[in-house]
Write a protein that binds this ligand. Structure first.
Ligand SMILES: Cc1ncc(COP(=O)(O)O)c(C=O)c1O
Length: 416
């Protein structure tokens, strides 16, 4: 057991306090995959969230609510900064933000000089795309299953600078990582300047072999930008081990931060060539803070990253990832072979985690999501794009297996 993890505060109450030291010591000694199936443990974690009785929330991919300790700490920060006002902004703000940035960088496994706090993945990745010195005829590689905002940003560069975008289409159940790597490789030409890849595809939950894609792209001299919106604080990894050039993520998704917190990593040697969107003559060209000049902003949101890290690290990423993967397989294993039901998520457990997508043969995606809500009080989101048709189902740490049983019953009834 990691001692630091054990004693780290959980918004004022360590997990030891929550469970009692003896019980927590027993839990902490369990392998994560075993703990993943321990409903009493997760029921206690569930008590850290305030949940609506109106519906079962299985749409935690868009925004993962803050746990109560994080929310209370955040509200206290809002009050304190409102009280201190410009005195705080002119004095402590910079040191406090630097401390958060350093802690976040430690979690990501990189230097804080390669990382900035942004508002979200969109801002992070679009800053990189907009920062390129695009020339007519330049090419970018991506996938049809990538997120719409980034695809739109590349389309904007096509309109503005005359670049060409080449999108591959990802197979759901590849034979091997190499199949995916070769697919991306087939789209690279001597004109390719940037390759974008999702760490976890939002519409299917598919995890892509990012490090292998980066190695391949680098052999062709092509830098790689990773969309980590759904992977950061969901999967156990460090950014450097992915060997990518740029990484963007939203912290209001799996880290459980207040809305409007994100992160951008730019590998040290890639910083200087990027153009910032907003001018800032106070920082050097090779200083990543040049990409962060967005004016006066809600600093309490940035500071609450600290509180979310406390909560996240008190549970531990291994336990979190194992529980989320367990929950997904708890329900998908019961319906994968069921007649009339299609899973739009890889069967290989290493190629997905919390997120999965399910279709019912006789129903349009929108009708499926609507019926799940109206008839069974289950909140999901309809997906109908890039050949993926179904409802995206995203449990979280507070999700119970009993709630997933309700989902399974509903799907089987609708498919009948
Ligand atoms: C894969 C992916 N990339 C980017 C985003 C954009 O995230 P945000 O709206 O927080 O910027 C999302 C949002 O769901 C996403 O799923």
């Amino acid at each position: 057991m990691n001692k630091r993890e054990f004693v780290r505060s959980l918004g004022g109450a360590s997990l030891g306090l929550l469970f009692g030291d003896d019980l927590w010591a027993r839990y902490a000694a369990l392998p994560p995959r075993q703990l993943a199936q321990d409903e009493p443990f997760w029921a206690t974690i569930r008590q850290q969230y305030r949940l609506t009785p109106d519906y079962i929330n299985l749409e935690n991919g868009y925004y993962s609510m803050q746990s109560q300790p994080v929310l209370e700490a955040f509200i206290a920060r809002v009050r304190e900064i409102n009280l201190q006002a410009s005195h705080y902004l002119r004095t402590r703000q910079y040191d406090d933000k630097l401390a958060v940035r350093m802690r976040l960088a430690a979690m990501a496994g990189c230097s804080h000089e390669e990382l900035i706090i942004t508002r979200n993945t969109t801002e992070s990745l679009d800053t990189v795309i907009a920062g390129f010195d695009w020339q007519p005829g330049d090419e970018a590689v991506m996938a049809a299953q990538d997120y719409g905002a980034m695809l739109d940003m590349f389309r904007l560069q096509a309109r503005r600078h005359g670049i060409a975008n080449r999108a591959v289409s990802l197979p759901m159940d590849p034979q091997s990582d190499e199949e995916i790597v070769q697919l991306y490789e087939s789209a690279i030409t001597p004109k390719t300047r940037l390759l974008m890849v999702c760490h976890m595809v939002n519409i299917t939950g598919q995890i892509l072999p990012v490090a292998k894609i980066c190695d391949m792209a680098h052999r062709h001299g092509v830098p790689v930008m990773v969309d980590g919106a759904h992977a950061f604080a969901h999967l156990e990894f460090t950014i450097p081990e992915l060997r990518c050039d740029y990484y963007g993520a939203s912290l209001h998704k799996w880290l459980g931060c207040p809305l409007g917190a994100g992160v951008l990593y730019v590998r040290r040697d890639r910083i200087a060539p990027l153009w910032p969107i907003y001018g800032d003559s106070s920082v050097a060209d090779d200083d990543i803070r040049k990409l962060n000049h967005t004016g006066t902003h809600p600093v309490h949101t940035d500071l609450a990253i600290n509180d979310a890290l406390d909560f996240h690290q008190s549970i531990g990423i291994r336990r979190k990832e194992a529980r989320l993967r367990y929950l997904q397989h708890y329900w998908t294993d019961q319906v994968r072979a069921h007649p009339g039901i299609t899973l739009n998520t890889p069967a290989d457990p290493q190629r997905s985690c919390a997120i999965a997508n399910v279709g019912v043969a006789t129903m349009e995606p929108a009708a499926l999501a609507r019926t799940l809500l109206e008839r069974y009080r289950i909140w999901t989101v309809a997906i109908d794009s890039a050949g993926v048709r179904g409802a995206r189902v995203t449990p979280h740490l507070f999700t119970t297996t009993a709630e997933l049983d309700t989902l399974v019953r509903a799907l089987k009834t609708l498919a009948a």
